[in-house]
Design a protein around this ligand. Sequence first.
Ligand SMILES: *Cc1c(COP(=O)(O)O)cnc(C)c1O
Length: 431
Amino acid sequence: MDRSTSSQLHQEANRHLVGGVNSPVRAFKSVHGDPIYFNRASGAIVEDADGNSLVDFVQSWGPLVHGHAHPEIIKSISEVMAKGTSFGAPHIGEIELAKRVKERFPSIDLVRFVSSGTEAVMSAVRLARGYTGRDAIVKFEGCYHGHVDSLMVKSGSGLATFGISSSPGIPDATSGTTIVLPLDDEGALEYVFNDNGENIAAVIIEPLPANNGLLIQRKEFLEKLRSLCDEYGSLLIFDEVISGFRFPVGGYAGHIGIEPDITTLGKVIGGGLPVGAYGASREIMSVLSPMGPVYQAGTLSGNPLAMAAGVATIDLLDDDAYEFLEGLGSLLEREVGSVLEKHSFPMRLVRIGSLFWLSPGPGELPRRSDEIPDNGSKLYADVHLGLLQRGYMMAPSSYEIGFLSTSHNEEHVIGLAKALDGVLRDLGDLL
Ligand SMILES: *Cc1c(COP(=O)(O)O)cnc(C)c1O
């Protein structure tokens, strides 16, 4: 498959954009070759700059639960766009999307829209601190919450100690407000709450960690988290930017039956346009400006095009859509799973609903980031390239998950499994 146009464009982009990209993972640093430039996309298929068609299992990293350029979503956006692209004033679209969020997230009375997942999380953390009057935040190794300063933190020397920045540019004073714990460890949770519980404003977690592989947690662990937050008056923030709207009941919170205090949303909620949101009970949300003293604002927040895309996306997510996605997901699990097994390839398919991950290594499925074997990236890079050559696009990193959309069909899924069969046969000759 010729990709020379993409490679040429990447050379040119390198002269104008940092590393040629606007978000680092797009640069293909952990897989082979140059980034692929897209011309257009429709449904499950993207067309690259060289005119190749690829079946896309990245789907813009999650937002496109109905695939690319869904006609009804495009129609909604176009109709609204003709009446103006931004008002900076209230409009009915904001009410419409807020109602839909509340229908699916019963723990939310009031919503605030922002323009990205990062912004939602950053604001939710400020809200939690403002509401509780406390500073400390607990987060988990292996969870991603966007590039929020106080959450770009890794664990320090001991369990109860505050974290250290995971990127230059973040002052120690900022990372020093965050405690980082391992996932799947009730003992560590108890230890930290016993030690410091009165100072903890909030615990933030992806209840379904999906940015460092797919690390499905035990329900008991999340229940322990809920009860410790209650005991110490700390708020529980579920970051559902990736998991939100991927379950018939709304979020992963509904799927497992645990209510957070604050929920952050993004990705699917904007159906491909930039939207983030956070919401909670009226009591918590009313400390937010203009009702209360905690400030948060946005010139393009509640943008009419973005609200329209979100409304159209959620309205298409009915019971049939979820049933379809579940059916496709279980087909993928069977087909890809049996190919991996047939070749005794050291990878397993982890899948929940429409989200999936090629988990490296044999043995137990990982629940913590340090349980993921680190030789997985090398194997994945070869698999990634082989699949691309056969017309199937997976995320350019072994730590990123795959996404099914309502625009995928059985042919796409079976095709992926067949392509993988070919890739592993060829790799087997090399191993
Ligand atoms: C993607 C993601 C974010 C960041 O959202 P952006 O829109 O990329 O800023 C935050 N939290 C989780 C769980 C995510 O998956």
